[in-house]
Design a protein around this ligand. Structure first.
Ligand SMILES: Cc1ncc(COP(=O)(O)O)c(C=O)c1O
Length: 482
């Protein structure tokens, strides 16, 4: 069913002017920005041209021309009888998506919406070796809803080595960490209930948690000149005030801020979780990506006996493997395995074998990855510092992206402007569980070296354009779903 957005709601979102001449252009740009931001959801029906003109105090010609401009740009499709429906522009090689750009940027463009690297050297060889071992599995059905035993053993050993004693029966192989998070949240909630989510957080996880029927309760990370951090007593208060049953947390090189929760806080947080009877789903997707020799902390799960922990090969090896895992304490495993069967019947056998092969080579691959990421991070920090001195950057001790504070709340405008400089970016509000964050933008340093040199100059040009766009309105700060 199509949801309609009233003219009043749209006016509250985009403001009522004044519009820079030509008014239809700035009206169209403002609506486009709100669509790219995710504040006007894709699929929604916009108010009629006549209603919009009346709500904004503009002439009918202006609203008609603005809609026509939006159609030209690919933000609106008008169908006889169904009105003007919001969509995202098609670009060659993929489409702009405020969660993830699935198939890369337009020719000559640079995709900065995704923190993921190209496959490192060694992945193809691992596929070869895995293929030569596949024959042993062919006499069976190939269904391993919990994962192939050898991989479950390896994952269990890895947890145990990191200080979190784990039996292979407590490991479930999933479709990426996101698959694990979806199973975890569904198993804990059973269809409804509050979930504490850090703000900012990883957009696809926010969407996954919402899709599980959860009521999302945001916990805004503390921010100082030195970067983001957790205030554990404030988190405890949010858990109690929000009456949550679960929490989704990224304590290790948090996406998007790169923050790392110190061990002392983990112990403190465990007490708050126990006191509030909240079970966390801990996302360790980025745990191996400490830079400058930053060592991983003790797994948060080691302090919280009830915790569900998810991990993945996506950030250390390659996103295309789609192999992740979850550690589920024994008494919850049946429930988690049951939920899993409602989503899929297991991960592909070949890719699980590839993961085993890559784990054998992990140290070499990770050394290479960390060296590449450190150089890229330092290069981007230096370039952005020179090209955009008014932007505030904290250098993360791990992860794959910079979380940059802009001098004004214009990240939506920046995203819109960046498109015409061949950059696809994710604006701050995409990372906000319930709204805000338009002063922030995530800039990954995972793109190829040749592209990296282009990022700061293109961002600087886009920022200049963004500053000339109409002033943001108070309503721009909130991501409102129709
Ligand atoms: C915190 C976090 N969790 C999960 C994912 C997705 O992981 P996967 O590809 O393993 O599903 C990402 C990818 O960026 C991430 O940053």
């Amino acid at each position: 069913m199509t949801t309609a957005m009233s003219a009043r709601r749209l006016a509250a979102l985009i403001g009522t002017g004044p519009w820079q001449p030509p008014a239809y252009e700035s009206l169209a740009a403002t609506i486009a920005r709100a669509i790219t931001d995710g504040r006007i959801p894709v699929g929604v029906r916009l108010p009629s041209e006549r209603e919009l003109a009346a709500a904004l105090g503009l002439s009918r010609t202006t609203s008609t021309r603005a809609y026509s401009r939006l159609r030209e740009l690919g933000y609106v499709r008008t169908r006889r009888g169904s009105g003007s429906l919001v969509e995202l522009p098609q670009v060659p090689g993929g489409r702009i998506d405020h969660l993830l750009a699935p198939a890369g940027p337009q020719p000559g463009g640079i995709d900065l919406t995704c923190t993921a690297t190209l496959a490192p050297i060694g992945v193809l060889d691992a596929y070869d070796r895995a293929l030569s071992k596949l024959h042993a599995y062919l006499p069976g059905t190939g269904y391993y809803p919990s994962g192939i035993p050898q991989l479950r053993e390896i994952i269990a050993e890895r947890y145990t080595r990191r200080g979190l004693r784990t039996h292979p029966d407590e490991v479930l192989i999933t479709s990426g960490a996101l698959g694990g998070a979806a199973i975890g949240i569904r198993a804990l909630l059973g269809g409804s209930g509050g979930v504490l989510v850090e703000s900012p957080s990883y957009p696809n996880a926010i969407a996954t948690i919402a899709a599980a029927g959860a009521r999302i309760v945001p916990y805004p990370l503390e921010v100082t000149e030195a970067g983001h951090h957790w205030d554990v007593p404030a988190m405890g208060q949010s858990m109690r005030d929000g009456r949550v049953r679960a929490a989704y947390l990224i304590p290790d090189f948090h996406n998007p801020t790169g923050a790392l929760m110190p061990d002392a806080q983990r112990a403190e947080l465990a007490e708050e979780l126990a006191r509030s009877q909240v079970v966390p789903v801990i996302d360790e997707s980025l745990v191996e990506l400490g830079l400058d020799g930053t060592e991983p902390q003790t797994p948060l799960g080691a302090f919280v006996p009830d915790a569900i922990t998810v991990g993945s090969t996506s950030k250390i090896f390659w996103g295309g493997l789609r192999i992740g895992w979850m550690r589920v304490p024994g008494r919850r495993m049946d429930e988690a395995a049951g939920v899993r069967l409602t989503l899929d019947l297991g991960a592909p056998v070949l890719e699980q074998l590839v993961a085993i092969e890559l784990m054998d080579d992990q140290d070499a691959i990770l050394d290479q990855m960390r060296t590449r990421l450190t150089a890229a991070r330092d290069r981007l920090v230096r370039d952005l510092g020179q090209a955009l001195p008014s932007w505030h950057i904290t250098v993360p001790s791990g992860g794959m992206a910079l979380w940059v504070r802009l001098p004004e709340e214009r990240s939506g405008a920046l995203v819109t402007a960046a498109l015409s400089h061949g950059l696809t970016l994710a604006s701050g509000p995409n990372f906000a569980p319930v709204g805000g964050l338009d002063r922030w933008v995530r800039v990954p340093y995972t793109v190829a070296e040749a592209d990296l040199a282009q990022v700061a100059p293109r961002l600087a040009a886009a920022w200049e354009d963004a500053q000339r766009m109409p002033e943001p309105r108070p309503g721009d700060r909130t991501r409102i779903v129709a």
